[in-house]
Design a protein around this ligand. Sequence first.
Ligand SMILES: [Zn+2]
Length: 160
Amino acid sequence: MDRFSASLTHRCGHALADVGAEFDNHEANLIRAAFRCPQCMAEVSRRLGINTQVYVNLQQISPGMAAFVAEVTDTTDEMDDLLAAVGYGRRSKSADELHPGVEVGEPGQGVVWRKEFWFATNADPRHVVALIDHIKLEMRWLSPYLPQGESSIAFFAFPA
Ligand SMILES: [Zn+2]
């Protein structure tokens, strides 16, 4: 049987790319059809001179809880809508591994889109490895939307 996404198009009219079965359970897999395709969105960012960057880190969230965290800076309005639709929320920029950004309601200077993947610090290592795989998948999904692709993603660095 054909994968059902083959007949879907993005809002820009370009066909939905087959991203592979590992994305079948990813929350962005179907939602992406409501937006322009990654290439068109990256092109809009480049034309506007908006250099979207992603920072992936491991943070201590509370005693006993840590999280892999992605923070996205400098986004277009459409990218805002896409990130909000797949579980990112507006936060102030994190300072470092021990000081996560705080919740903010409105866009503005120093505000990023943030998504967290929590785990207990005494969790089974296999659970942590599964979360690492999940955040890698998240970055594989996100990178085509970024004006500089994969090179827009930094690991273990924080937004300036
Ligand atoms: Zn397109």
